[in-house]
Ligand binder design. Structure first.
Ligand SMILES: [Zn+2]
Length: 323
């Protein structure tokens, strides 16, 4: 544990150094191949993809993120300058079906080198078994249509993020063949870190198998799958959707039946609904970070994907009903 943290801190400072040098030149864009001075420009559509590109590319790349720090990425809108950047970056890393504006920009600008994380992550559906209260089959089908059938939040399973890392390394090598060995080594290094994290989480949650994880929006389906938890979302995949009174009653019944002792709210989404429900039910709340963004404060404090996942693990061990 201690050694993992130390390595994490060292890598984080590397990333920070990289970010600082990049800020000045990222807006100019480049003409396709990597220049000597500013390296390969990578445009990631939200934080976990930015993290992967930075870890793999290191000093060879400058990574921009289309989603501002601490913004909620689901309903991202792009400025005209950002749309242009999609066309001028050497490599664009995004997740199709997650952010409409990015999908449209990629289609319109047709960047030469693109990684669609959806391909490597092997997205699956995490539909609520019972659908919405009082919803007809037809309404349910429409609903699934609006939100996309698959669950986008793959990065909360470290093994799936590692698979995307490999795809990013391969495309970086295609973009900048001179440094293919470095990118392959970066993917290997990242894969090992994510593997360690995965093992740490599996060990930590081994005693909690089958526990009910009540979250605010259903971002944690892949994490629940990986570590044998059962996720129940108070709202839907989209955090902007308000839960109905019927849904809140349903959650209340389930909390009582199963002896759930903690409702989890999330960073980037107002905890109000979760807190009100928890106080009605007489249970605790705790915070999970779905890692859809990372605040500037968190970055400055040296946090990154791995350390935030470790904090999530601690919150789960504390709040779930485990043996
Ligand atoms: Zn989400």
């Amino acid at each position: 544990m201690t050694s993992t943290r130390a390595v994490g801190a060292a890598l984080t400072s590397l990333v920070l150094a990289g970010t600082a040098t990049l800020a000045g030149c990222s807006a100019q864009g480049t003409t396709g191949t990597a220049g000597e001075s500013d390296g390969v420009t990578v445009l990631a559509s939200f934080y976990p993809l930015q993290y992967v590109a930075q870890q793999i590319g290191g000093d060879l790349v400058t990574v921009d993120n289309l989603t501002p720090p601490a913004a909620e990425p689901h309903d991202l809108e792009l400025s005209p300058a950002q749309v242009r950047e999609v066309g001028t970056a050497d490599l664009v890393v995004y997740l199709s079906g997650f952010q409409n504006a990015v999908d449209e920009a990629v289609e319109a600008r047709a960047p030469e080198h693109v990684v669609d994380a959806a391909d490597a992550a092997e997205l699956v559906e995490h539909a609520e078994e019972e659908g919405h209260e009082g919803e007809t089959e037809e309404e349910h089908a429409e609903h699934a249509d609006e939100h996309g059938a698959t669950d986008p939040h793959f990065w909360l399973d470290p093994s799936r993020l590692a698979a995307v890392g490999q795809a990013v390394a391969d495309e970086l090598a295609a973009t900048d063949p001179e440094h293919a060995d470095e990118y392959a080594a970066g993917a290997l290094r990242l894969g090992q870190r994510l593997d360690e994290l995965d093992q740490e989480m599996a060990d930590g949650l081994a005693a909690c198998q089958g526990a009910t994880l009540v979250t605010s929006h259903t971002a944690f389906g892949y994490l629940a799958d990986r570590y044998a938890l059962e996720q129940v979302g108070i709202t839907e995949l989209d955090p902007e959707v308000e839960p109905s009174p019927a849904r809140l009653r349903e959650i209340g019944d389930l909390v009582e039946e199963r002896g759930v002792k903690t409702l989890y709210s999330e960073t980037l989404v107002s905890p109000k609904v979760t807190e009100t429900l928890a106080s009605d039910l007489g249970v605790d709340t705790a915070v999970l970070d779905p890692l859809e963004g990372l605040s500037e404060e968190a970055t400055a404090a040296g946090d990154d994907y791995v350390s935030v996942m470790q904090a999530n693990l601690a919150a789960l061990e504390e709040g779930l009903v485990c043996e």
